[in-house]
Write a protein that binds this ligand. Structure first.
Ligand SMILES: *[C@@H]1O[C@H](CO)[C@@H](O)[C@H](O)[C@H]1NC(C)=O
Ligand SMILES: *[C@@H]1O[C@H](CO)[C@@H](O)[C@H](O)[C@H]1NC(C)=O
Ligand SMILES: *[C@@H]1O[C@H](CO)[C@@H](O)[C@H](O)[C@H]1NC(C)=O
Length: 300
C-alpha cells in the first residue's frame, strides 16, 4: 500500500501583524494509491569488480606485499579525499598543491582510485614484456601501455625492500619536498594506477614532475595541477603525514635544489642508501622521464 502525503502549509496575516500573531494553517491530505508491486532494483551492479585483481603469477609473498601496498594506496586516497571534503580550499595544503582549482576534481580522482570498478585491471608479476628481466637492478615495475592498457607489471625489485610501508612516514629522513615520491609502496602504486585508463580515464597525466615545477603549476595552471599525477600523489602524502602520521607537524620539508655538478654520470654513488632523497637516478625521479603524455610505460 503506497501512500502519498501532501503537506500544505500557508502563512497568513503577514501584513501589519506582529510576528506573534502570525497564523499558520497546516492541512494534511492523504491519498490512497492502488497497490503495486514494490519496485525491485535492477541488478545494476551485477558483475562489479570492487577489488583490484592480482594475477596468480604473484607468489604468496609478493601477493602479501602487493596487497599491503595497495591498502596503503587506498589509505592515502581515502585520507586525501576526506581532508579536501573537510577543508576545501581553506586548507593551506590544498592551495599549495592545487592552487585555486575547484576541489571536486581531485576529490573525484581520489574517489576513482578508491571506488572505480576494477574490471580488467590487473597487477601481475610474471614479466610478460620481459622488462623486469632486462633491467633487474633498475626497473621495479611498469604499465603495459599498448600491450595491455589496464595491466601493470610489478618486478621482483619492488619486493626487495626499496618500497616503504606508510608506517615509516616521516622517518628515514623522508620529506615530501625533497624525497622520491615513490619511497612508499602506497605512493608508487598510486602512480601506477593513475596510468591505468580504468582509473585515470586518460585524463590524469604528467604535467610537472619535480617539486618546484609542481608548486609553479599550482599557481599558474591549477586546472592542470588537479590532473597532474605527481601532484595527486604528493598532496595525499603531505596531508597523511600532517594529519595522521605526525599530527600537526608532518614532514613537508623545505625544498633544497640539487647540486647540478655532483654526479654527471647520474650514478648517486655518494648518496646514502638510507634515504631516497635527492638522488638523480631515474628510479627516483620517474616523472621527469615521463613527460610525454601516454608514452610513459614504466615508472621504475
Ligand atoms: C575557494 O573556493 C571558493 C568557492 O568555494 C572560491 O570562491 C574562492 O575564490 C576560492 N579561494 C581560493 C583561494 O581558491
Ligand atoms: C610490448 O611488447 C613488445 C613485444 O613484446 C615489447 O617489445 C615492448 O617493450 C612492450 N611494451 C611495454 C610497454 O612493455
Ligand atoms: C616469490 O618471489 C620472490 C621475488 O619477488 C622470491 O624472492 C621468492 O623466493 C618467491 N617465493 C617463492 C616461494 O618462490
Amino acid at each position: 500500500m503506497a501512500l502519498k502525503s501532501f503537506l500544505v502549509a500557508s502563512l497568513a496575516g503577514l501584513s501589519g501583524a506582529s510576528p506573534m500573531l502570525l497564523q499558520r494553517e497546516v492541512v494534511t491530505v492523504t491519498e490512497t494509491v492502488p497497490s503495486a508491486a514494490a519496485p525491485t532494483a535492477t541488478a545494476w551492479d551485477a558483475g562489479a569488480v570492487p577489488q583490484i585483481p592480482i594475477h596468480n603469477s604473484c607468489n604468496a609473498t609478493e601477493r602479501a606485499q602487493l596487497e599491503s601496498g595497495l591498502n596503503d594506496m587506498l589509505t592515502l586516497a581515502a585520507h586525501a579525499k576526506a581532508h579536501i571534503l573537510r577543508y576545501g580550499n581553506s586548507s593551506v595544503h590544498y592551495t599549495r598543491w592545487f592552487g585555486n582549482a575547484p576541489s571536486a576534481t581531485p576529490i573525484g580522482w581520489y574517489e576513482r582510485v578508491l571506488s572505480a570498478d576494477r574490471a580488467d585491471m590487473l597487477f601481475r608479476c610474471d614479466d610478460p614484456d620481459g622488462n623486469c628481466g632486462l633491467h633487474p637492478d633498475t626497473w621495479a615495475g611498469h604499465w603495459r601501455g599498448e600491450n595491455a592498457t589496464q595491466e601493470t607489471v610489478i618486478c621482483p625489485r619492488s619486493f626487495s625492500g626499496i618500497r616503504w610501508s606508510l608506517d615509516a612516514m616521516c622517518g628515514r629522513g623522508y620529506t615530501v619536498a625533497n624525497s622520491a615520491g615513490n619511497s612508499f609502496f602506497g605512493t608508487d602504486l598510486l602512480h601506477r594506477v593513475l596510468h591505468v585508463p580504468r582509473i585515470s580515464e586518460n585524463v590524469v597525466d604528467h604535467f610537472a614532475g619535480d617539486y618546484p615545477e609542481m608548486m609553479e603549476l599550482a599557481k599558474t595552471h591549477p586546472e592542470e595541477a588537479v590532473i597532474n599525477s605527481d601532484t595527486i600523489q604528493l598532496f595525499a602524502v603531505d596531508v597523511y603525514a600532517y594529519d595522521v602520521a605526525v599530527p600537526g607537524v608532518g614532514c613537508h620539508g623545505e625544498y633544497v635544489a640539487e647540486e647540478p655538478t655532483a654526479a654527471p654520470s647520474s650514478t648517486p654513488a655518494a648518496q646514502s642508501t638510507a634515504a631516497p632523497a635527492s638522488s638523480a637516478t631515474p628510479s627516483e625521479t620517474p616523472s621527469v622521464t615521463d613527460s610525454a603524455p601516454n608514452v610513459s610505460y614504466f615508472s621504475i
